[in-house]
Design a protein around this ligand. Sequence first.
Ligand code: MBD
Ligand code: FE
Length: 283
Amino acid sequence: MTTHLSEQTATAAASGAAATQRFQQKKTTASAGKERVDTLATEIIQAVHDVIRRHKVTYEEYDAFKAWLIQVGQDGEWPLFLDVWIEHVVEEVVNENRNGSKGTIEGPYYVPDAPALPAEATLPMRPDEPGTPLLFQGQVRSVAGQALAGAKVEIWHADDLGYYSQYAPGLPEWNLRGTVIADEQGRFWINTVQPAPYQIPTDGACGKLIAAAGWHAWRPAHLHLKVSAPGHQLLTTQLYFRGGDHVDTDIAQAVKPELILDPRPRVDGRGNEVTYDFVLDEV
Ligand code: MBD
Ligand code: FE
């Protein structure tokens, strides 16, 4: 029982520090030329100038903005801020020509190299893991309709209180994270529990912005996935639950109609089940 209480002692600064450290371990590969950097940096700065002129920003507001930006860094919330308010447009632009399954944002809480699991898998979870059991099953195929044997289905999601392992205290390292290897016909059966909606930490800089602007701090309940197979483009996506809270008002604007699941009760009475197939574009 105490394990479930301790994750609720999560702080913005601790989860922010973990997300910042994780991102700094990621291999980033951009090598833009001077011209590209000049164009993007100039236009971003001009966009800020435009807002200042249009709204006649005061020195008090300028100082508040400066203090807030400094606080975002101190709280380690740059990954959170960027993934909540910016990433969805990058995803839109980068994936606009795909023919396979829809993707959406990765967010700040992916951890590579989660434990490998067979096609029929149960995600690592606590013996008393709270929440409604969910069987998530499907098949990975190419755009041409060919089953992709041995496809990799990486899955990670929040628990029944809305917390992610490695970003909240008291949770086992790989809780509700796994790398499922699909069978010869690209099929998988993943036993887990349904996640709860995710609330942006209220005690950090992002929470302060949300409160000051009168926004809400919620993402709808979601499963995160990275699906891959040799010769095919990696698909980074999320799946949501029809009728769930905040599905129509995701603060991260990452919901798409194609990404909403309709789970139904299992005949054996053990929670819900849902089928979702992934279609990967060729490289
Ligand atoms: C999340 O769980 C998430 O998926 C995103 C995109 C941002 C913040 C928290
Ligand atoms: Fe998430």
